[in-house]
Design a protein around this ligand. Structure first.
Ligand code: SF4
Length: 390
């Protein structure tokens, strides 16, 4: 915590998350707030999001320019560059962008093949995050993706040419996936040279198509021990390739290509969430507020028009809840967190006896006031966080 600094707020990063909820089709594992795109006119939702951004400005008079804009979803790459430009411009008009601000667009491989990438760059995008998920055709079919491996490879090469600040998402711990096959797939992806890779274990959420299939006994997810083995293998392969984890699921070739936007989440910064179902965290007058926009696009649009805000709910977090959240998020990045920020909020010291055990087990490091998880501790991140939670 800087001298006299706050335990949270824009001094730890300030971004805006724009949720575009439509997808060409809904993947069977997806638990996000998404809807089939069909032939919808995007204009009413675009108008509402831009208005919602502008409405936030007078509510945040102390906030300066943005460190990041993140267009996620859903599939924002369904939008043409002119609409992407409009969304970025609305953020810039209301808050301004810091020099070198990170502007990320999530994109599906098929859209990368279809879109004018130079047009996207001209629109202001300077970082692309591609939902590759796999380079294996049978895995892509299992995951219900609408691209194949050949399309993914061409998309990756094309994107690298225009956006050197490129991130790739992969999903692993699929049923029956062997360590050997996963290692080969990782090497295959690494050969493309993307400087940022996010690696997520397949999780089964009850309300998804996968959740229902598993409940019917159609197939069985990978068990926890096998998942842990693949996680450790992942850490070894990526670290050997010069891309160590800088967060539980995220790897970067250098510090300058780490996701600034996601670091804002993990480090207790502020972000505005606009678009259906978007969450935000905002600091006003020394208090922390959690916002959640209406989930249904029509309700979101109506809310913006009628109430002058997309928020269905913006509640003040109790300091203890803010402290718990700060611990859970702050232990995710490799750099850890200054425990004094958590203690200032909870009003009590973290349990030193537990920290001592975690350090002696090799799960945690302690350097002055900064506590951080080691690679083996990150495997236990949820359990260790729960143990230490104030
Ligand atoms: S494309 Fe992405 S956001 Fe859309 S349904 Fe598939 S996983 Fe979910």
């Amino acid at each position: 915590m800087s001298e006299g600094g706050a335990p949270f707020g824009p001094e730890y990063g300030f971004g805006i998350y724009i949720h575009w909820p439509y997808c060409a089709r809904i993947c069977p594992y997806c638990d996000f707030n998404v809807y089939a795109a069909k032939d919808r006119d995007p204009s009413p939702l675009l108008d509402a999001i831009c208005r919602d951004v502008a409405i936030h400005r007078p509510r945040l008079p102390e906030h300066g320019a943005l460190d990041s804009v993140y267009l996620g979803g859903g599939t924002p790459s369904l939008l043409p560059p002119a609409d992407i430009a409009r969304l970025i411009q609305s953020a810039s008009d209301s808050f301004g962008l810091k020099p070198g601000a990170e502007i990320t667009l999530e994109a599906n491989p098929n859209d990368v093949l279809r879109l004018d990438l130079h047009g996207l760059k001209a629109a202001g995008v300077n970082r692309l995050s591609i939902g590759l998920q796999s380079l294996d055709d049978s895995a892509l079919a299992f995951l219900g993706r609408d691209h194949d491996s050949a399309a993914a490879r061409i998309a990756l090469s094309r994107a690298m040419d225009v956006f050197p600040n490129l991130s790739v998402d992969l999903i692993y711990a699929r049923p029956g996936q062997t360590g050997e096959a996963w290692q080969a797939e990782l090497q295959d992806v690494l050969a493309f040279g993307a400087p940022h890779i996010s690696l997520y274990e397949l999780t089964i959420e009850a309300r998804t198509a996968f959740g229902k299939a598993v409940a019917r006994g159609q197939w069985t997810p990978m068990d926890d021990d096998d998942q842990a083995d693949l996680y450790e293998l992942t850490q070894d392969v990526l670290a050997s390739a010069g891309m160590p984890a800088y967060e539980v699921s995220n790897h970067a070739a250098s510090a300058d290509v780490r996701s600034r936007h996601n670091l804002t989440y993990w480090q207790g910064g502020d972000w505005i969430g606009v678009g259906p179902g978007a969450h935000g965290r905002l600091s006003v007058g020394g208090s922390r507020y959690a916002s959640e926009a209406e989930r249904q696009p029509a309700a979101y649009i109506a809310n913006v028009q009628a109430l002058a805000s997309g928020w269905s709910d913006a509640s003040k977090l109790y300091p203890l809840d803010a402290a718990r959240e700060l611990l859970a998020m702050g232990l995710r990045p490799a750099g850890g967190i200054d425990r004094r920020r958590i203690e200032a909020l909870s009003g009590k010291p973290l349990a030193q006896d537990k920290i001592d055990v975690f350090v002696s087990e090799g799960w945690m490091t302690e350097a002055g006031p900064v506590i951080a998880l080691t690679p083996s501790g990150r495997l236990l991140a949820d359990a260790l966080t729960a143990e230490l939670s104030p």
